[in-house]
Ligand binder design. Structure first.
Ligand code: FES
Ligand SMILES: [Fe+2]
Length: 426
């Protein structure tokens, strides 16, 4: 349980809020690289700020105030030029620093362009990594963009999936340090949805949470696993400050504003040995629905199931009305560390997880159970027989609504046909 004051402090993300300042010290994934290839501008709402993301004709990215400095037209409808973006209303043009570089009519009456020189929009940094575009909204010098080792893994099919979710980012991130929900939200709830009389899965018997440089590790023992299992010896990563790394995929919970977040999933499907070498030329990104055509929540896929849990907690969970137990020790650790981050930023220090040293060649290491599988792969038959990895090869379990073209590209990469949408087989 938290006081209302602390709940407000941890959840509000605007520029002048304590957590907004912490989150502005980190990079945020906001779009797929391929999205800007399909359409060169995209409206973005991030940390309560309305922005436009664009890719100009030189291939450079910019992230500017959404509204033109002239009379506030929407720059997401703008025209990309060789360098920068031009407002479609009266033609004012801006570069990636936000500096106005052209004001066509004003230059007729004042060739010196004094108004143009004085006109500048808010501008932020954008960089590509892992098939995504990342934004940094904080003070300079900007920290290093986390370049994770998994972004460099070979012989895999990567896709990036977005969902807009109508709730605050923190209740989603608390899910990254909540091992018990796997048993219920995913395994048991899927079984009950199938209504096939299956028993509930073996329950959790022991949990542990450990802090490390890039977040927390959570570890678990269940009735059918032991302390020799990688789920206990290695565990999974609650990635700081708003990510989750599960070996085969990352998830990020990016705050759109106080009451909305962007769920971002980066998924790696290792190809079977017979399909090696596989060199992916194009990482597709797509948006996954969270409700069906009748407005019902989609509950068939892993992250859709999570989303139903998060939105059910309210737009901003009322943490004054919780009843925390032993399973929530990680959640208490996470909240305490975020409050420490607020103090660090107030004191002029970096919060946890900010990288100042350039990542090593080949990316930053993160612990993961069964990492060798993602590095080495398996022959097709052994892969298909494997109780866990075989499932990843034959169905996209994370999000509903995978586009046919993405599924087809994955099948070409792996050489294995995939099941179509429907309740996942967990
Ligand atoms: S509103 Fe953008 S140029 Fe006039
Ligand atoms: Fe989950």
């Amino acid at each position: 349980m938290l006081s209302n004051e602390l709940n407000e402090c941890l959840t509000r993300v605007g520029p002048d809020t304590p957590m907004g300042k912490v989150l502005r010290r980190h990079w945020h994934p906001i779009a797929g690289v391929d999205e800007l290839e399909r359409s060169p501008t995209k409206p973005i709402r991030l940390l309560g700020e309305d922005l436009v993301l664009y890719r100009d004709k030189s291939g450079d990215y910019g992230l500017l105030d959404r509204h033109c400095a002239h009379r506030r037209a929407d720059l997401s409808q703008g025209i990309v030029e060789q360098h920068g973006i031009r407002c479609f209303y009266h033609g004012w043009q801006y570069d990636a620093t936000g500096q106005c570089t052209q004001q066509p009519f004003e230059e007729q009456v004042d060739p010196a362009g004094s108004l143009c020189a004085r006109t500048r929009l808010k501008a932020y940094s954008v960089k590509p990594a892992g098939g995504m575009l990342w934004a940094y909204l904080g003070p300079f010098p900007a920290p290093e963009l986390p370049d994770w080792e998994a972004f460099h893994w070979a012989n895999g099919f990567v896709q990036v999936v977005f969902s807009e979710v109508p709730c605050n980012w923190l209740q989603a991130q608390e899910n990254s340090i909540d091992p018990v929900h796997f048993e219920w939200t995913h395994a048991n709830w899927s079984r009950r949805q199938r209504d096939d009389g299956a028993e509930y899965v073996p329950t959790h018997t022991k949990l542990n949470f450990e802090e490390f440089e890039h977040g927390f590790l959570y570890k678990r023992v269940c009735e059918d696993t032991s302390e020799e299992d990688p789920l206990w010896t290695i565990g999974r990563v609650c990635l700081w400050p708003h990510g989750f790394f599960l070996g085969d995929h990352f998830e990020w919970r990016v705050p759109i504003d106080d009451e909305n977040m962007l769920s971002v999933t980066w998924s790696f499907i290792r190809v079977p040995r017979e399909s090696e070498p596989y060199d992916q030329q194009h990482i597709p990104s797509w948006y996954s629905p969270i409700q069906d055509s009748q407005g019902n929540w989609i509950t068939t896929h892993v992250i859709n199931q999570d989303i139903v849990a998060w939105v059910g907690q309210g737009r901003i969970t009322d943490r004054t009305r919780e009843t925390l137990g032993a399973s929530d020790r990680g959640i208490a650790l996470l909240r305490r560390r975020l409050l420490d981050d607020i103090d660090a930023v107030e004191a002029g220090r970096d919060p946890k997880g900010v990288l100042r040293d350039p990542p090593p060649e080949g990316g930053l290491y993160l612990p993961s159970d069964h990492r060798e599988f993602f590095l080495l792969g398996l022959p097709r038959e052994a892969y298909l027989r494997h109780p866990k990895w075989g499932r990843l090869l034959t169905q996209f379990i994370f999000h509903a609504g995978q586009p046919e073209a993405v599924r087809a590209a994955c099948e070409v990469a792996t050489g294995v046909p995939m099941k179509r949408d429907g309740l996942i087989d967990l």
